[in-house]
Ligand binder design. Structure first.
Ligand code: M6R
Length: 614
């Protein structure tokens, strides 16, 4: 959720920290704050609202020069998003400033204890107790590193903490448990960030920290320990995203740019995953063929859009492998005592790799001895690190809060996994697998074809600015597309939207149909198991009751054309791969409608890019 930055080096810390926060603002934008160490004291400013509010305030009343600082952009958990609850929080004497991402679950007990000892806590946050506790340790003679270690030993929950000591300008100290933190290694300067976007402008050398570790950065040194002070090691890696990949490239929104990057992203997700005969080679799947052959059940977990990618995957994976496949929301899975064995493969889908619900789900699965495979976009994030195997989606940085290229590349990774399992287990012949791979290779071109028609979708969207409710219908692999179309509209345009399996209409939802209600209908390709004809009937039924139908169907589909108020043609592709193209106009529609309505498309209200609390 929240974004965190730390810096010590030779530059103006204020500028480095603000730049880092700007790149992390997608993680939360309820408030922002900066603390610097200057002349033996902490100088700070923090404001409710977006980072721009803080910057404006700092123009009028600049913070002093300093080369050591921390910053925070907040997605509120404890306490309203106001100035007082904004981070950084200070210790009792104002010697320590501290920022936090996560939830300190035992904060009420700790707060009681502090108040009984005479501490005056001024905010409603869980974070402030950590600032007071760290400062109390300094008062007892510890240095900042030892103080952080001692406090972390007492905290329960999920947290990344970053702190500075007003009397020690040479270091910034951070800690992590169940919450993300990366170190950026520079020359004569070092950085901390919730993710690499915080410092990518300055260095692409990074250090990934393990669970329950404390890191101390100075200008020239990075040292890692566990919470008991024992030396520990992080994993160094080179970041292959560059700064321009994280900029808008002339688009009005990151989301729109990311939608248009999808042909490239799909191509990258396929790159190097098969040989010239079409045989799959997934080197990152470090689970032996023997173990893969023993799998008797697959459970796919994820949240939001990632969950919908899993729903699509079920159709493909079961069809190709004949392994029973369940798909479940990660938060529901974790707390219902699911049946898992050594022969269950749990597939965790997460763009960020930091979603707390999904992380808890895989920890539970591993504790039951099940194998866990992550499908993830973020190198160095927690979910792949805690999994037995990973398929990276290679979508590049996804900054817009609404997932777009993340979704398409998750679908590609799921298809690759399904085909790989079919190859290892022999449930498909080599030439059958090669034929699907060939179809997949054509998908970047098909996605581009959808984007070439963007203007028509925008025009359509502009006509719906007064709409208060929209329905989405699909069947088979088109059903998750309907769900995803509805989610995009809810989160971006704040319009009530629901996705339904078209077959379910007559079991209730058809009662919602009234004169003029817009209904998107995702029509399966022609000629498969009567699915197409059944969908055509559903469209006629809703149109007869006054719905305004927006029909996504194969180009040249004359059977549904008479019942469409608007048509969005789709390229001719196999049913299982159709989601890759059908979802694109739904993304474009939501993006444009939200723009017309004047909403912040990249940072919709109440949301955060990475949901790192349960
Ligand atoms: O980073 P993850 O893929 O784990 O995130 C999962 C969901 O929070 C995410 O897909 C969310 O639903 C997006 N806002 C959808 O656009």
């Amino acid at each position: 959720m929240c974004g965190i930055v730390g810096y010590v080096g030779g530059k103006q810390a204020r500028d480095v920290v603000i730049d880092g926060l700007r790149r992390l603002e997608y993680r939360g934008y309820d408030s922002a704050g900066v603390a610097l160490v200057s002349d033996g004291e902490i100088a700070f400013d923090k404001r409710a609202g977006k980072l721009a509010n803080l910057e404006k305030a700092m123009e009028g009343s600049p913070l002093p020069a300093s080369t050591t600082g921390i910053g925070h952009t907040r997605w509120a958990t404890h306490g309203a998003p106001n100035d007082l609850n904004a981070h950084p929080h200070l210790g009792a004497k104002g010697r320590v400033a501290l920022v936090h991402n996560g939830i300190i679950e035992n904060f009420a007990t700790l707060r009681d204890e502090l108040e009984r000892a005479g501490h005056d806590l001024v905010s409603e946050t869980d974070t402030e107790v950590a600032a007071h506790l760290v400062e109390a340790e300094l008062d007892r003679g510890a240095d900042l590193t030892a103080a952080m270690q001692a406090v972390c030993r007492r905290l329960e929950g999920a947290f990344t903490l970053v702190a500075v000591d007003g009397e020690d300008p040479a270091r910034v100290v951070a800690a992590r448990r169940n919450s993300p933190l990366v170190v950026g290694i520079g020359e004569g300067e070092n950085f901390l960030g919730s993710d690499v976007a915080a410092f990518i402008e300055h260095t692409r050398e990074a250090l990934e920290l393990g669970q329950d570790q404390v890191v101390t950065i100075t200008r020239s040194d990075v040292s890692v320990t566990d919470f008991d002070g024992n030396p520990a090691e992080g994993r160094r890696y080179h970041v292959d995203w560059d700064l321009s990949a994280a900029e808008k490239d002339g688009f009005d929104w990151f989301m729109r740019k990311e939608i248009f990057e999808q042909p490239r992203a799909v191509a990258d997700a396929l790159l190097g995953r098969h040989d010239e005969t079409g045989a799959l080679q997934l080197d990152e799947v470090r689970i032996s063929d023997e173990e893969l052959r023993d799998i008797d059940k697959i459970v796919i977990v994820g949240c939001g859009t990632a969950h919908y990618a899993g729903l699509v995957a079920k159709y493909a994976v079961e069809h190709w492998t004949r392994i029973p496949c369940e798909v479940e929301l990660a938060h529901e899975f974790r707390y219902r005592d699911p049946i898992l064995t050594r022969n269950t493969l749990v597939v965790a889908i997460s763009q960020s790799g930091e979603t707390a619900d999904t992380l808890m789900a895989i920890r539970h699965a591993r504790a039951q001895r099940s194998k866990v495979l992550a499908i993830c976009n973020t190198n160095g994030s927690t979910i792949p690190r805690e999994s037995d195997a990973v398929i990276y989606t290679h979508a590049g940085p996804e900054i817009g809060v609404a997932s777009t290229k993340g979704f398409l590349t998750q679908l590609v990774a799921c298809y690759l996994l399904g085909l790989y399992l079919a190859q290892v287990r022999g449930t498909k012949f080599g030439d059958e697998i090669a034929a699907v791979v060939e179809e997949l290779q054509r998908m970047p071109g098909h996605v581009q074809q959808m984007l070439d028609e963007a203007e028509k979708v925008y025009e359509l969207a502009r006509g719906y600015a007064d709409t208060r409710s929209v329905l989405f219908l699909g069947r088979h692999a088109g059903y998750p597309v309907a769900l995803e179309g509805a989610l995009k509209l809810k989160e971006l345009a704040y319009i009530h939207a629901e996705g339904f399996a078209a077959g379910e209409l007559k079991h209730g939802p058809i009662a919602l149909i009234e004169e003029g209600l817009p209904v998107f209908c995702v029509v399966p390709p022609r000629g498969r198991d009567q699915l197409h004809d059944k969908m055509a009937s559903a469209i006629q039924e809703i149109r007869a009751r006054g719905a305004r139908t927006i029909v996504l169907a194969e180009e040249g589909d004359q059977e549904v054309a008479p019942y469409a108020d608007d048509t969005i043609p789709l390229p001719v592709v196999p049913t299982l791969l159709q989601p890759l193209v059908a979802v694109v106009p739904l993304q474009l529609f939501a993006c444009e409608l939200a723009t017309v309505l004047g909403h912040d498309v990249d940072q919709p209200r109440n949301l955060a890019k990475s949901v790192t609390v349960e």
